[in-house]
Design a binder for this molecule. Structure first.
Ligand SMILES: Cc1cc2nc3c(=O)[nH]c(=O)nc-3n(C[C@H](O)[C@H](O)[C@H](O)COP(=O)(O)OP(=O)(O)OC[C@H]3O[C@@H](n4cnc5c(N)ncnc54)[C@H](O)[C@@H]3O)c2cc1C
Length: 579
């Protein structure tokens, strides 16, 4: 088996993020008391290992196929989806009013990690569905909720997110898909969307598309975008959903990874316009879509954690079995894990995965706290924290997904480059995570412009205070941690008053600096908590926290230097780019 859900690590990270006392009766997570988290994660892991994992390689080999407007998923996927739906997995994080279980975002994060590790190309379908569920819960009319949301929550139907167009990717203000008022409160859509994940497939009888489009009298740019719901099938006179809407899939992409996940070109309005319904208000579509995208951004971050975890597990096993050369002091040929250089690669993978997981779970816990705290000031602070951490969770974790899967190929040596070994697929699959849901560059710009320069600084100040408290209590690696935290403080102060071009030039190194520092301090916090509780994983957590502080987070001061002093050498280097 190439993956076993690391339940102990996930539960530990989940409890740490939840905070002291939160899972006890009366705490914000009292719905997780009495073993609910353990049971849910154990069952999610069983489903992932027994149903999803065996279909991952065939999904990669066969891929989704397109013929005459229809898309077939790889062999076995329809049956797996039926089991997914019947098992109620789609409903865990949705509101009870529409058939959901209303379990916390934190627990959903654990499940999302597990499912995506087993088979990301499959799990990305419900992942986007969860974003659509959140956007509809917050902004759709009761009638739309009753007809569509309930069926998306149950998994009977799936949902998609239609933003991208040939001329509008990162810049949605350039979008051209047109909406016209149809007179009876409905709308008609005309245009082309590209790269739509599961825009067409055979897993479910209906697909509900959430589509961004522009009304004729809309203002220019992103302030003129509205969000619509357009189902593949509309109700006939009996109320059965048999009437084909005027939308179709014109083809699917041949791509580097996630071959089982169809990436569709969608055409709206060939024959008079696709019937659609408004979600939220006219011209306020981007705000509605952001509800969906924030959720999806954290989930994509978890995809990075997931693939990094699986790559680490596979590399650890291979490195324990493969024998080459003698390690220092050894009398016989050694397993490659004994060579310090290989150990360094494995420790980099394991500790970075743990750091990314900790950041993602902290983000999920902040989302929960924003909704569950009774005290409005604490809820607002939690919301600000979720907003600060979301771009970091997305970009850093997906970078780690890429780095760890690439390191796994390296640990496997030549075998890593051969498809049969399986790690090459992980590396190919991981690549997209840094691109979709807003590229990692766009996440870094969001962090710097909106969260660091745009806000009142309170969320960052609380984060710094928390990190400094951890440093004060650290009994190992204290200097490395202190230098990282102070480097982050300096770079943050610089960014708040820097020229915009300098701030943008430093955005990606700043996000990395933030993540290394936050990751290192969270690992140290976890190591101390584990030691205090005599947790069986305590020695491992301590070793990983120390390695991360002394080998990875030590890059923080040089990253801060890049942020503070490196901008001019980017801005003034156009000659090097032939400009
Ligand atoms: C497999 C796959 C699945 C996808 N699924 C979906 C889906 O379900 N729904 C959907 O709507 N879309 C989907 N997408 C589209 C995806 O979200 C976009 O590809 C992504 O947002 C980037 O847009 P783009 O490709 O147009 O790149 P561009 O916007 O052209 O960006 C190219 C490069 O320029 C950088 N860049 C762009 N603008 C700026 C700027 N202002 N400042 C600094 N750097 C900038 C980017 O970071 C990037 O490195 C999917 C894409 C793929 C490949």
């Amino acid at each position: 088996m190439t993956y076993r859900a690391p339940l102990d690590d996930i539960l530990f990270a989940l409890r740490l993020a939840a905070g002291e006392g939160a899972i006890r009766p009366g705490g914000i997570y009292d719905d997780l008391a009495d073993g609910v988290a353990e049971q849910t994660l154990t069952e999610a892991a069983r489903f992932a290992e027994e149903v999803l994992l065996p279909l991952d390689a065939i999904g990669d080999r066969v891929g989704a196929t397109y013929a005459n407007g229809a898309v077939a998923t790889p062999p076995g996927w329809r049956e797996a989806y039926a089991q997914w739906k019947d098992g109620g997995w789609n409903a865990i994080a949705a509101a009870q009013d529409f058939g959901g279980l209303d379990l916390p975002a934190l627990l959903n994060a654990g499940c999302t990690e597990i499912w995506n590790a087993a088979n990301m190309a499959f799990a990305v379908c419900p992942l986007l569905g969860h974003g659509a569920i959140e956007a509809m819960e917050a902004h759709a009319t009761d009638a739309l909720k009753e007809t569509y949301l309930r069926r998306i929550v149950s998994g009977e139907w799936t949902a998609t997110m239609n933003l991208t167009e040939p001329g509008a990717g990162s810049d949605l203000g350039l979008m051209r898909t047109r909406a016209e008022r149809a007179g009876d409160g409905a709308y008609r859509l005309f245009g082309q969307k590209i790269f739509i994940t599961y825009g067409e497939h055979d897993l479910a009888p209906n697909i509900v598309h959430l589509v961004l489009a522009r009304l004729p009298d809309a203002p220019e740019g992103t302030r003129g975008i509205s969000l619509f719901l357009a189902p593949k099938f509309l109700p006939d006179e009996t109320g059965a959903f048999t009437r084909r809407n005027d939308l179709r899939c014109a083809g699917i992409e041949h791509k580097l990874g996630i071959h089982g996940s169809p990436t569709c070109t969608m055409i709206y309005g060939d024959e008079g316009g696709a019937l659609a319904y408004l979600i939220g208000e006219e011209n306020k579509g981007l705000a509605c879509m952001f509800t969906m995208m924030n959720n999806a951004r954290l989930s994509v971050g978890l995809q990075g954690v997931a693939l990094a975890e699986r790559a680490t597990q596979m590399a650890l096993r291979y490195a324990s079995e493969r024998k080459q050369g003698r390690a220092p002091g050894a009398k016989q040929t050694s397993a490659i894990i004994e060579h310090p250089d290989v150990a360094r690669m494995l420790l980099t993978m394991a500790s970075s995965t743990a750091a990314a997981r900790a950041i993602c779970y902290e983000t999920a816990a902040s989302i929960d706290r924003a909704q569950r705290e009774r005290d409005p000031a604490r809820a607002a602070a939690a919301q600000a924290r979720a907003s600060l951490l979301t771009p970091v969770a997305k970009a850093f974790s997906t970078d780690i997904g890429n780095e760890a899967t690439s390191l796994a190929v390296q640990v496997f040596g030549g075998m890593g480059y051969i498809e049969e070994a399986g790690v090459a697929q992980l590396m190919r699959d991981a690549r997209i995570c840094a691109i979709y849901e807003g590229t990692n560059g766009i996440q870094a710009i969001d962090l710097v412009t909106r969260k660091i320069r745009g806000g009142d600084g309170a969320a960052l100040a609380r984060e710094m205070e928390d990190m400094r408290a951890i440093v004060r209590e650290a009994d190992v690696s204290q200097d490395a941690l202190r230098e990282a935290v102070e480097a982050l403080a300096l770079a943050s102060a610089f960014l708040t008053k820097a020229e915009l071009a300098d701030a943008l030039a430093g955005a990606t190194p700043y996000l990395r600096l933030f993540a290394l520092t936050r990751g290192a301090t969270l690992l140290m916090k976890g190591a101390r908590a584990a030691a205090k509780d005599n947790h069986p994983g305590a020695p491992r957590y301590a070793a990983l926290a120390r390695f991360y502080a002394e080998n990875i987070a030590v890059a923080a001061p040089s990253l801060a230097k890049t942020v503070i002093e490196g901008g001019a050498s980017v801005i003034e280097a156009s000659v090097a780019l032939g400009q």
